[in-house]
Ligand binder design. Sequence first.
Ligand SMILES: Nc1ncnc2c1ncn2[C@@H]1O[C@H](COP(=O)(O)OP(=O)(O)OP(=O)(O)O)[C@@H](O)[C@H]1O
Length: 328
Amino acid sequence: MPEQAPGVRIDGLTVVYKTAAGELPAVRDISLTLEPGTITGIVGESGSGKSTLALSLLNAVQPPGRIAAGSVEIDGLGDVVGLRGEELRKARGRHVGYVFQAAQNSLNPLKTVGKQLLDLGRSHGVEDLRGLVREAKELLGRMGLDGARVLDSHQHELSGGMRQRVGIMLALVLNAHLVVLDEPTTALDMITQANILKIVREVHAERGLTTLVITHDIGVVAEVADRLAVMYGGRLVEQGPTREVLGAPSHPYTRGLIKAIPRLVGDIDEAQALPGRPPTLTSVPDQGCVFRDRCPLRMDVCDTVDPAAVPLGSRIVACHAVNVKEHA
Ligand SMILES: Nc1ncnc2c1ncn2[C@@H]1O[C@H](COP(=O)(O)OP(=O)(O)OP(=O)(O)O)[C@@H](O)[C@H]1O
């Protein structure tokens, strides 16, 4: 893997979970490119498939799930969907740094953070373990923690917010150039969240990373991401430069999401919740547009034909109504 920001090309990715009703897609025919050196945000409500997509980047989807179709090409690693065993283990951590959504619970309760750090280093063949500890302390210090003390602590001695920062440290400490952060700031108060996002941006720029941030909080992506991809019911419905998408959303779902957020609307009284609920794996329609039940622009064709993701200027949008308007 080159010592520089890698590009990532996800193409036609479908991930299914085995359920009582058979194998159902949590991620359906998604194509997304992460340009080297950029921060991409993936946003969507709970259950839209964000974590499943993120796990696919490491070929880390666990049974009862499996990648049913598509490829994930990472510069220097090739198509990770084909990687197995030792190759895959090496790629994780060393090349792809990852903060799992449940960072607060992913530490081993029986070992100190420092011991887990050393285990991580050894398992990836790091020779300079002192250097690794130094780097870990430095990262923790930047995030407002006493590094030496945290490394001496067990999980139960740390608050949720502290564990989350330990998760971020572990994702960055091996110097991977592709970093995936799944809900990196959910357990943090607003001020700590803003501070951590600033550090994510700084480290991203200093080290020349390609970063993917997964969140249900559109405020978080507004803060850090160069590009934004919006997921709904396992589909990517809109993607493009963050400022453009937030400033003038094209897809009716993106519009609804933005309208629901007082911080972005600017006035708490004007914020409007999106009516209805997002679909679950079993309720997501297997034909037609996944968003149609909640869509103010619904047309007949939406009931039968799943809209293709079509380039629209600097965006890619999957919506029949938007396409009709564009070509009218
Ligand atoms: N192990 C599993 N077995 C069965 N279904 C699963 C499994 N993991 C996830 N799913 C289903 O797949 C869909 C996508 O889940 P996923 O966790 O990827 O979404 P998400 O957008 O990350 O949501 P959240 O923010 O709540 O984690 C959901 O309907 C979820 O219930």
